[in-house]
Ligand binder design. Structure first.
Ligand SMILES: [Zn+2]
Length: 253
């Protein structure tokens, strides 16, 4: 097993550092400086970089990290990823050098067309696809693609720890409560998150079980979610249409 260290970056990004012995891997290093500081402080050698998608806040630090460490760079095959040494696709298994960690690559298009997630050892690194109580915006893909991607993630074991790339949970919960005010699990999550954020604590990782119970984007078949979506888009008849209605509503929320 490995330790996961949270490295805050920019305004609300998280870069995840995986440590096993003296070796480390990072997921989505949008900025190199905070990663370099942790590597130095903890006396770690960076052996791998995993990138979920091409946005700058997920890979902007790669070239500077490569100037300091010779690391293997995993990234989606169909996107432009700086310094990528190993293109990955859904179904691939990737081994992190010197760390004895293996991940399964999942295709999760929607936020971008080539977006991938890395799943292994009970951990999911899902970039900007699934967030705490929310999901990524549809910059490149369709609602159908994103709904399928989220369904793939929701099918992972309940106890899977969800390491997404942004601390958006509190704002997402405000929207979730507007969609599904009758969900008791959602209300208690909102209270817990509010207390955590008041103390400056992170709300990530969450779990697949918690997301399934309180994330409206994973609950597009629930009667209250469907009814709320149909008040916005009366013709939203199936789960994908409900998802699309929620996504558009959230974009303007
Ligand atoms: Zn992104």
């Amino acid at each position: 097993m490995f330790d996961v260290i949270r490295i805050p970056a920019f305004k609300d990004n998280y870069i995840w550092l995986l440590r096993k012995g003296a070796a480390a891997a990072v997921v989505d290093p949008g900025d190199a400086q905070p990663v370099l500081e942790v590597l130095e402080r903890e006396h770690l050698s960076l052996t791998a970089i995993l990138v979920t998608h091409h946005h700058a806040d997920h890979q902007g630090g790669v070239s500077r990290l490569l100037a300091h460490y010779r690391a293997e760079v995993f990234g989606p095959a169909v996107e432009s990823i700086t310094g990528r040494t190993t293109p990955v696709r859904g179904g691939d298994r990737v081994r992190i050098p010197f760390c004895d960690i293996e991940f399964q690559v999942l295709d999760v298009p929607g936020h971008t067309l080539g977006h991938v997630a890395y799943y292994g050892a009970g951990c999911l690194f899902c970039g900007d696809t699934l967030f705490g109580a929310g999901c990524g915006r549809l910059f490149e893909g369709t609602a159908t693609q994103m709904a399928d991607s989220l369904a793939r993630l929701a099918a992972l074991p309940d106890q899977t720890a969800v390491y997404c790339a942004h601390e958006y949970t509190q704002a997402n919960l405000r929207f979730a409560l507007a969609v599904e005010p009758g969900n008791r699990c959602l209300r208690s999550r909102a209270e817990a998150v509010s207390l955590a954020r008041d103390e400056g604590l992170p709300t990530i990782p969450s779990t697949i079980a918690l997301e399934k119970a309180s994330n409206p984007f994973l609950r597009c078949g629930e009667p209250e979610v469907v009814a709320s979506a149909r008040r916005r888009v009366p013709g939203a008849k199936d789960a994908v249409a409900v998802f699309a209605a929620l996504r558009a509503w959230k974009d303007g929320f």
